[in-house]
Each structure stands twice: as structure tokens, then as C-alpha cells.
Design a protein around this ligand. Structure first.
Ligand code: FE2
Length: 243
């Protein structure tokens, strides 16, 4: 069962408006195509998500300079993520029990999903420990959902993105701007977006994860796995995180 936490209105209306303005006027050079699509995209289909990185170990100077305008909001988000590590501490400890001297980082993006974007059930990369989403625009046409596999088969774990017909809906969220939905990332954390996005959708996607350098130094990507049972094959479908 997926373990999650929902908090209402952690960002104020004023902060939401500032984030919207920030995204709309930022230097286009800082906007890049955003993860996961490469695994679910059909040939010749264009990237449907763009993002501005707001947290991560690979931030460059010009990004940091532009981001200084919303530093107070970023500080607030950082504190929220740190608090969540306490909420999920038992489960995180279990996930990383075989990691020696693990190092962590917060990774985050403001993400724009274009009209018609679809996101099939997936679990997120095994280096992620906590994932969270905060809507900046109304998500009315595209609810974030948690799913449960109908059959807990090995086949399911060979690939991350899976057709929706293999799942039953566990919970559907009608998140409002400024709410935060967070969850523990593990082999049970199947989630996605129900329905096609009918209008552009802006969210903050936050992750608490094992540090990229720690992973590079300690793992072959194939060996990072969820609570260390049967699904090692899962990570092969996303060997290279598009970060
Ligand atoms: Fe995800």
C-alpha cells in the first residue's frame, strides 16, 4: 500500500501568483525538457513537459541567480521536505538500510505539462525516497492518482511505465493550488495522471533522494532497487535519469 501525506494550502495565494509570474518571464534558456517522457513517448511525439530546476546538486550559477527572486519560497519548500523526511523516517530507513554513509539531496522542478499530456502509472526512480507535488495552476482536468496492480506479477516490475488497464484506482486527489501531496517512493508507489491534460498544467515536483554523486560512486544503476526484492529489472527501463 502506498504511504502518503496530504497538506492543504502550504503556499499562499500570493506565493502562487509569484511562482506563476516567475515561470512566465524566466529566461527560456533555463527551461528544459523534463524526465520520464522518453520512456512513455511514442516515436516522433514531441516532448510534452518542460521544467525549471529549483533544487538539485547540478544547478548552475545563472539558474541560482534567477532563482534568488523566489528564495524565500524555496526556503519554505526546503523546510517542508525536511519535515517530510521525519514523517516517512521509518520507511526511508528501511529503504536505505543497505546503504553505507548515504548522502542525500533535494531535487525539484517547476514543471509545465502541455495540453494532451498523459502520464501512465509508474513508481518513480528508485533513487527517490520521497516525491511530492504542489499544483500552481488548477489541475481540474487531470487528477493525480494512486493505483494498485490488479495482479502483483513479475511482468509488472520489468518496466516502470505501465498501461492503466493493469491497475485498479486506489485513490484520486483533487488537489488545489498550494496543496502538497507527498508519498514514499518504493515498489508500491504507483501513481500517474488520470485523463489527458485539457489545459497547460504547472506544478512543483519535489523529491528527496539519494545524492547523484553517491549513486554514481556506489551503484551500477541496475543495482539500485526498491526495498530490495524481486523488481531489480524495473530500473533497467530508466537507466539514465533525464535530469
Ligand atoms: Fe512520478
Amino acid at each position: 500500500m502506498i504511504k502518503y501525506n496530504l497538506k492543504k494550502r502550504i503556499l499562499t495565494k500570493k506565493e502562487i501568483i509569484r511562482l506563476l509570474n516567475f515561470f512566465n518571464k524566466i529566461n527560456p534558456k533555463l527551461i528544459r525538457n523534463y524526465g520520464s517522457n522518453r520512456y512513455s513517448l511514442k516515436k516522433n511525439q514531441k516532448q510534452m513537459r518542460q521544467a525549471i530546476m529549483i533544487f538539485g546538486s547540478k544547478m548552475n550559477k545563472s539558474s541560482l541567480k534567477e532563482l534568488s527572486e523566489i528564495n524565500d519560497i524555496l526556503d519554505k519548500l526546503k523546510k517542508i521536505i525536511i519535515k517530510l523526511t521525519k514523517t516517512f523516517s521509518t520507511e526511508i530507513d528501511n529503504r536505505i538500510k543497505n546503504c553505507k554513509n548515504p548522502k542525500f539531496e533535494i531535487f525539484g522542478n517547476i514543471v509545465k505539462a502541455n495540453k494532451n499530456y498523459k502520464l501512465d502509472p509508474h513508481t518513480d526512480h528508485p533513487s527517490f525516497l520521497i516525491s511530492a507535488i504542489i499544483p500552481i495552476t488548477d489541475l481540474e482536468s487531470s487528477s493525480t492518482c494512486f493505483y494498485e496492480p490488479i495482479n502483483d506479477s513479475d511482468l509488472l516490475f520489468k518496466k516502470n511505465f505501465q498501461p492503466i488497464k493493469k491497475f485498479r484506482l486506489h485513490k484520486k486527489f483533487n488537489l488545489k493550488e498550494g496543496d502538497i501531496l507527498s508519498w514514499l517512493v518504493d515498489k508500491n508507489s504507483w501513481h500517474g495522471v488520470m485523463g489527458k491534460v485539457r489545459k497547460d498544467r504547472l506544478t512543483i515536483n519535489l523529491h528527496y533522494k539519494l545524492h547523484t554523486d553517491y549513486i554514481k560512486n556506489n551503484f551500477e544503476y541496475e543495482t539500485i532497487k526498491y526495498p530490495l526484492d524481486k523488481n531489480s529489472a524495473l530500473v533497467k527501463s530508466f537507466l539514465y535519469l533525464d535530469e
